[in-house]
Design a protein around this ligand. Structure first.
Ligand SMILES: [Zn+2]
Length: 218
């Protein structure tokens, strides 16, 4: 899908870029889960899922993608399970961006790939699914996997989204942003995109400029 994206730069100037790729709901959900680990703007890292309120808020904000969201109130076992699943997703994101470097937020404490896969598949296996075919007049037939029973834990939904994303061609657009202080994973929106946001590109260019001048001065 082609559409125009308008970004407001840090300095207030407006740039208009052509975004050449769209993002699927599965990719969006898996990415948003990973992005609950984020930078605090001061060189540190914050975690949106450290307590029950954090998880309840995050699920509420993803009500369109999570059928479980209606009336959801987090409990300790669910929070622990979602955090364990997120660690698996981030380890597999780190695997997906190779040979690029992973996000520095957790690069030093990543799960092994076999352990991450076992955890992800384990979470998805908790709820059996059935294939459902949709075929609208305007589109190609699409299959998605719907829960076979009423029991569908949040972690199973999140795991299915991560599996669908990691097994799709969209995975090849996944990158870790290596602008100063940034720890985000992002999906490239156009072929030459190097940074998650224009503001990160600006910071990276400023840092490179300083680096060059330091070298010249010394
Ligand atoms: Zn960034």
């Amino acid at each position: 899908m082609d559409f125009l994206g308008i970004h407001l730069m840090d300095g207030g100037s407006l740039i208009i870029s052509t975004m050449e790729y769209s993002i699927s709901p599965d990719a969006r959900l898996a990415l948003d889960l990973a992005l609950t680990v984020r930078h605090d703007g001061q060189g540190g890292v914050v975690d949106d899922l450290t307590d029950l309120t954090g998880l309840t808020t995050w699920v509420g904000a993803h009500a369109d993608a999570l059928p479980e969201a209606a009336g959801f109130s987090a409990d300790e076992p669910t929070l622990a399970a979602v955090r364990e699943l997120r660690a698996a997703v981030r380890a597999l994101f780190a695997r997906a961006v190779r040979p690029g470097e992973p996000s520095p937020a957790d690069a030093a404490r990543l799960l092994s790939v076999p352990e991450a896969l076992a955890r992800l598949n384990g979470a998805a296996a908790v709820a059996p699914t059935v294939p459902v075919l949709s075929w609208t007049p305007a589109s190609e037939p699409v299959v998605h996997h719907a829960p076979a029973t009423d029991e569908d834990p949040l972690t199973a939904t999140l795991a299915r989204a991560a599996i669908a994303f990691l097994a799709s061609p969209e995975r090849q657009r996944l990158r870790a942003c290596h602008a100063p202080r940034c720890v985000r994973y992002f999906l490239k929106e156009h072929p030459r995109q190097e940074w998650c946001k224009p503001s990160c590109g600006n910071r990276a260019r400023v840092a490179r400029h300083h680096e060059r001048h330091k070298k010249i001065a010394s």
